[in-house]
Design a protein around this ligand. Structure first.
Ligand SMILES: Nc1ncnc2c1ncn2[C@@H]1O[C@H](COP(=O)(O)OP(=O)(O)O)[C@@H](O)[C@H]1O
Ligand SMILES: [Mg+2]
Length: 1079
């Protein structure tokens, strides 16, 4: 996109007419055409925007464009309506100046579009936010609603506003929209009942019929067919490029956004339907007997449906269409209506119904968009009033519309041309006067209170007697005939001028924008705006909340006999208010120009444009601008605004403001021809000078902002620091307090603990002592108690039964023992020591005693038995005992010897004569005599020998002869060897070197081996002079045979032929004795 920094960049023609060279009407038009051909529809005259209607949409209203023009200087970019809107909005926001946007131009020149563009621009650039957006949306959406009800297609404009609209948008100090107020001016209500050829009724009728759902239409008792309704002209029911159905939906939606309730919308549509129905009611004459004609409703169906829609009683309305009641001073006179009057009444009702509905809509919208806050508002007014209109047939409405336009032109002239020139004069600025047409005279012609047209119309209306449009015209002719801007047949005629273009019933006014021929017909009626009281009362009776509100004068309780103010009077008053209102605001002009009459794009009809340029006074406007100064400002605000640009004036200028400005300007070295000093204002010739100042100011402001920021930041940091410091002290104090508190609490609790321990310890100590004392006392008591107890028990024991058990027990035991001992005595076994019997034990507990007694008894019995022994028997037993000591458990032969008594002398040696010889050889007493076998050392065979034992020796003698074979003194005998077995072999070992040992030891065998050895041993033990005889018991022993030692070995053998023991010589050294195993 091209970037423009100045109006002058890439300019097509001249953007600002002030710069046009040479300046003439032709060059002016040429410039406009040139720009129009290049799609530049906006051109400036200073700060005034000329807008040419392009009749097509141009891509110059995009959001990007909005951004381009936002916050830019007016002359910075190429001319645009946005630049004007931005300028207005910014001076409203930043300089607190209320603004008004005055949009003027002919019908169809683009005023309404321009007003919408301004509003949408302001909505786009002002603040954002949920609430703000809602307000904006409501403000914007009020347009479609009002356009549907107040706009219609005319020959000049397919969407012509048929009402004047002035909207105040209210802003807060930040420039955010708060709400708005809409004022409406005189709706062209005659359109409701009749439309000129090629035009339509208000859009809403067509929108409703084509856009509403079948269901809605049924509810409203309507038919989709336009042709069914008398009030709808048929020739242009459908307009190219206008989608009524879609617009209906848009309007419904807009109503919802604006805040209409569903039932309100419904009521509104019901009223619209009622108007259509009303148009279909027709009347027929009915002759009465007095010869007058009375009207009657022809077909009552439409009447009925309409009454149903509005909740009106049919008969009441029917009567209101037939009669008219006139009240005058407590008198009521009822006259019948003829058919024409009935039609008039019907149309009046329809017009009133519709126009009041429209006013109600405006009020209702105002209610929604009303600013909530009560604070002071800044206001931007947007005026979009119907444009100047010249139709073929111009009536009261056009008169009023054009009057309004005159007034607007007046205010434009006032403010831009006259005011400006007057100001130069007033301020003493050198100035050459510029001629311009001032339309004040025309305004005066219309609105003058004495002889103005409106005043006269009112006079006619109020005058008693017959009043017609003709009488009104006559009056005009007499009073205004002399006025230079007034023409009529009569006035002309009086001057003897004939003008056939001027019909009899018309008058012509030369407006600033051209001559307009008005037909006088209808002026009086329209000005009167009469609605028969019967009708308004009928409406008031309606059972429909909205209708009732719309016809408050129908309330029979509030009958007001005073005439209501006339339409003209009302309009004049409201225009007066509007003008006063506009004068308080800073004006911004948009002057709309229509390029052609065909609503076509790209066509530039020069004559048409020239005409508009002329009557709009644009040329004069340029001339004044060029001759004068683009900008002026009183010294005080000027100094205030720019004083920062010079050191001398900044920050305060002490002297008069004018001097301050002079110092400022010379300091800035602005060329002197660029400005002039007036009496109270400075005048700056060129906008560029202003921009220069503004630019410098902007830079300076930035520096100032930096400075302020710097100081503010410094201040902020310092105060933040101080705050931190202060807080730190507070925090520290609190913390110290807290810490001390904690410490104190800790010490306190520690002390308490120590204290409690000490106290505990002391208490425990005390307790211990007390307990000990108590225990001592208790112990003494206990001991005493026991002692006493013992004493008492001892004393009283005998009295206690508790001891009986023990006594019985002892007694029983005694008895048992007694019995036991007596029984034992009775059953004692025999006195024989070998008797093993012993009575059985009666009780288990006597077990030990019983065994002990048995042992004692046995010992005693043995002792008794022993005491009966003789000396011999005693010796025998002693020998037996000795034998036992030697052999018991050592020699197998021993047990068999126990029961055999030791006879000693088996041979009865002293008595038997056989042994006489032997007897003599042995002198000593023979202790033992027996026959033994002497084993032959050579072959082991035995030889019987008599064996004698005396106290001193052992004698071996031949059995047969008794001859002593060997006598061995006992001291020569060292030991005896025997086997362990049951044989009778024994070896007598002799002392080496002794006399008897020459032949060697003796190996003998005897049946009485045990007795022999025992006696040998006994003698050895009793003899004091000898050593004890050794008895060797072993199965292998050595025997000394002469020189040799032979080993005698006992083995276990088998018994052979009764010869139990056999002895064999095995070799020189071994003699083997085989002993049969004892069975
Ligand atoms: N800026 C524009 N851009 C495009 N079309 C425009 C513009 N201004 C006006 N028009 C066209 O001209 C028609 C008439 O404009 P409008 O504003 O209704 O006229 P006025 O209010 O002056 O009678 C609009 O319906 C639109 O089609
Ligand atoms: Mg308009």
């Amino acid at each position: 996109m091209e970037v423009k920094t100045s109006l002058l960049d890439n300019m097509i023609g001249v953007g600002d007419m002030v710069l046009l060279e040479p300046l003439s009407e032709d060059s002016f038009l040429e410039n406009l055409r040139n720009r129009f051909d290049h799609n530049e529809i906006y051109t400036y005259i200073g700060s005034v925007v000329i807008s040419m209607n392009p009749y097509r949409s141009l891509p110059i209203y995009t959001p990007e464009k909005v951004e381009d023009y936002r916050n830019r200087n007016f002359y910075e970019l190429s001319p645009h309506i946005y630049a004007l809107a931005d300028e207005a909005y910014r001076s409203l926001r930043d300089q607190d100046k209320d603004q008004c946007i005055l949009i003027t131009g002919e019908s169809g020149a683009g005023k309404t579009e321009a007003s919408k563009l301004v509003m949408s621009y302001v909505a786009a650039v002002c603040g954002k936010g949920q609430e703000v957006n809602k307000v904006k949306e409501q403000l914007l959406q009020s347009n479609p609603v009002l356009e549907a009800f107040g706009n219609a297609k005319t020959v000049r404009n397919d969407n012509s506003s048929r009402f004047g609209k002035y909207m105040d948008i209210e802003f807060d100090f930040k420039g955010d929209p708060l709400g708005g107020v809409i004022s409406n001016y005189l709706l062209e209500k005659s359109r409701v009942v009749k439309q000129p050829r090629g035009e339509r009724n208000f859009h809403v009728f067509y929108q409703l019929l084509s856009g509403a759902s079948d269901d809605t239409l049924r509810k409203l008792k309507l038919d989709r067919d336009f042709s069914k309704y008398n009030y709808l002209s048929l020739d242009s029911a459908v307009v190219n490029g206008l989608d009524d159905a879609a617009n209906f939906r848009t309007v419904r939606n807009a109503m919802q956004i604006v805040g209409f309730m569903e039932d309100e919308v419904q009521s509104v549509l019901e009223l619209v339907a009622a108007v259509l129905k009303l148009g279909n009611i027709e009347f027929k004459p009915e002759s009465r007997c007095n010869g007058t004609d009375e009207s009657r409703v022809k077909d009552k169906n439409d009447l009925k449906e309409m009454c149903e829609l509005l909740g009106i009683e049919q008969s009441v309305l029917e009567r209101a269409f037939s009669y008219r009641t006139v009240e005058a001073k407590l008198e009521k006179v009822s006259t019948t209506l003829n058919v024409a009057q009935a039609y008039y009444a019907r149309d009046a009702l329809a017009k009133n119904l519709y126009s009041r509905l429209f006013s109600w809509l405006v009020t209702r919208i105002n209610e929604s968009i009303k600013a909530q806050a009560k604070t002071r508002h800044k206001v931007m007014g947007v005026l979009d009033i119907y444009g100047f209109e010249i139709f073929e047939d111009n009536s009261f409405e056009q008169f009023i519309i054009n009057y309004c336009n005159e007034k607007l032109q007046q205010i434009f002239i006032e403010l831009t041309l006259r005011e400006e020139q007057e100001e130069y004069v007033r301020e003493g600025i050198e100035w050459t006067n510029i001629e311009y047409f001032n339309n004040a005279v025309i305004c005066d012609l219309i609105e003058n209170n004495q002889n103005g047209i409106l005043a006269m119309l009112d006079e006619e209306c109020l005058r008693p007697g017959t009043v017609t449009d003709e009488t009104f015209l006559d009056k005009l002719n007499t009073i205004c005939a002399e006025h230079q801007h007034f023409e009529s047949r009569l006035s002309k005629n009086s001057k003897f001028l004939t003008d056939h273009s001027l019909p009899h019933n018309c008058f012509r006014i030369q407006h600033y924008a051209g001559k307009v021929l008005y037909r006088a017909e209808g002026f009086v009626d329209k000005n009167n705006d009469l609605l028969y009281r019967d009708l308004s009362q009928a409406m008031y009776k309606a059972n429909h909340s909205l209708i009732k509100q719309l016809f408050p004068e129908g309330n029979p309780g509030k009958v007001n006999l005073k005439r209501p103010p006339t339409a003209g009077f009302q309009f004049k008053a409201s225009v007066g208010t509007l003008m006063r209102n506009l004068q308080t605001k800073n004006p911004n002009y948009i002057r709309c120009i229509k390029p052609n009459d065909k609503k076509a794009s790209h066509i530039f009809t020069e004559s048409l444009v020239r005409h508009q340029v002329r009557y709009l006074g644009l040329m004069e406007n340029v001339r004044v601008r060029r001759a004068g100064y683009a900008f002026r400002q009183a010294y005080e605000p000027c100094l205030e605004r720019y004083k920062m640009l010079c050191k001398k004036t900044w920050p305060h200028w002490r002297g008069p403001a004018r001097e301050g400005v002079e110092v400022l300007m010379s300091d800035l070295q602005v060329p002197t021809e660029e400005f002039s000093y007036g009496r109270s204002k400075i005048f700056i010739r060129n906008p560029r000078t202003l921009f220069f100042l503004e630019e410098r100011r902007r830079q300076c402001l930035q520096d100032l902002a930096t400075l302020i920021q710097k100081i503010y930041r410094g201040w902020k940091c310092r105060s933040h620091f101080l705050l931190l410091k202060k807080s730190q002290i507070v925090v520290a104090a609190w913390y110290r307090r807290y810490a001390q508190q904690k410490k104190y609490q800790k010490i306190k609790s520690a002390t308490t603990v120590v204290q409690s321990y000490t106290r505990g310890w002391q208490a425990r100590k005390l307790l211990r002592e007390l307990k000990y004392q108590k225990r001592c006392e208790e112990a003494a008591t206990t001991i005493a108690a026991y002692w006493h107890g013992t004493q008492v028990r001892r004393e009283y024991r005998k009295f206690f039964r508790a001891n009986a058990g023990k006594k019985i027990y002892e007694f029983t035991i005694q008895r048992i023992m007694q019995k036991y001992f007596l029984g034992l005595k009775r059953d004692l076994p025999s006195m024989s020591p070998i008797d093993k019997s012993w009575p059985s034990r009666p009780y288990l507990f006597l077990d030990g005693v019983h065994t002990e007694l048995r042992r004692i008894f046995h010992l005693w019995r043995c002792k008794k038995y022993r005491s009966t022994f003789t000396e011999e028997k005693k010796a025998v037993y002693e020998e037996k005992l000795e034998a036992s000591e030697i052999f018991k458990d050592k020699k197998a032969l021993y047990p068999s010897s126990v029961s055999q008594p030791f006879k000693g002398d088996y041979l009865e040696i002293r008595k038997n004569p056989k042994y006489q010889k032997l007897n003599s050889a042995v002198e000593e007493k023979v202790l033992l005599a027996d026959v033994v076998n002497k084993i032959n050392r050579a072959n082991g065979k035995g030889t019987a020998r008599i064996f004698l034992l005396t106290k001193n020796s052992v004698v071996l003698a031949d059995q047969k002869t008794g001859q002593v074979k060997a006598s061995v003194p006992l001291p020569d005998l060292t030991s005896v060897s025997v086997s362990t077995q049951s044989d009778g072999f024994f070896a007598l070992k002799l002392k080496e070197g002794s006399a008897s040992a020459v032949k060697g030891d003796f190996l003998l065998s005897s049946e009485h081996l045990i007795e022999i050895i025992t006696k040998l041993h006994h003698i050895g033990s009793t003899a004091a002079d000898r050593e004890q005889l050794n008895v060797d018991i072993s199965d292998e022993f050595l025997v000394q045979f002469k020189q040799d030692k032979v080993c005698v070995k006992f083995i276990q053998g088998v018994a052979k032929n009764g010869n139990s023991v056999s002895c064999k010589r095995k070799n020189n050294r071994l003699l083997e004795v085989s002993v049969p195993a004892t069975a």
